[in-house]
Design a protein around this ligand. Sequence first.
Ligand SMILES: Cc1cc2nc3c(=O)[nH]c(=O)nc-3n(C[C@H](O)[C@H](O)[C@H](O)COP(=O)(O)O)c2cc1C
Length: 186
Amino acid sequence: MSQVYSVAVVVGSLRKESYNRKVARALSELAPSSLALKIIEIGDLPLYNEDVEAEAVPKAWERFRKEIRDSDAVLFVTPEYNRSVPGCLKNAIDVGSRPYGQSAWSGKPTAVVSVSPGAIGGFGANHAVRQSLVFLDMPCMQMPEAYIGGAASLFEDSGKLNDNTRPFLQAFVDKFASWVKLNRAV
Ligand SMILES: Cc1cc2nc3c(=O)[nH]c(=O)nc-3n(C[C@H](O)[C@H](O)[C@H](O)COP(=O)(O)O)c2cc1C
């Protein structure tokens, strides 16, 4: 049987009707059979604090770190807040990166998708996430870039992804599957 890689999908929005969560779900449906995508929740993670790390590690931090550690790859799907990363996502990145020397992210192949109702498609957030990925030692897929604007018109009223967007997301997730395979083989 051919290898199936587990992909932790980390969504930078806690909103119930989040466009980013919808795009994450669409990517999960479009993914080839070599990838199994699963959204890892971040809304319950207490704010990172080194004092807390030294005293009693919150269960939610432990749960999150294990889920990231147990995955083969990570896909970030995020909105842009004030031209940068939403606090909930930055907190999740920080929680996963500690204790010092035991980062759950290390070496995992990754990619970043940003989704916004605006025209710039969350470019600022996308690159702010990429900045952390360098230090986290995560090989990040360069192309295709995914700055998805006009989020309000991506889905039909039925919730179905529109026909204009599907080919792009398909190409993105297919290329990501190759990227994961290449980097897991190293
Ligand atoms: C605090 C805050 C800051 C925002 N800043 C930006 C921004 O810099 N650029 C942008 O394109 N949209 C910005 N937005 C709008 C978000 O893109 C929009 O709320 C989007 O729907 C959030 O993603 P979601 O649907 O996945 O929750 C901001 C929204 C909030 C709440």
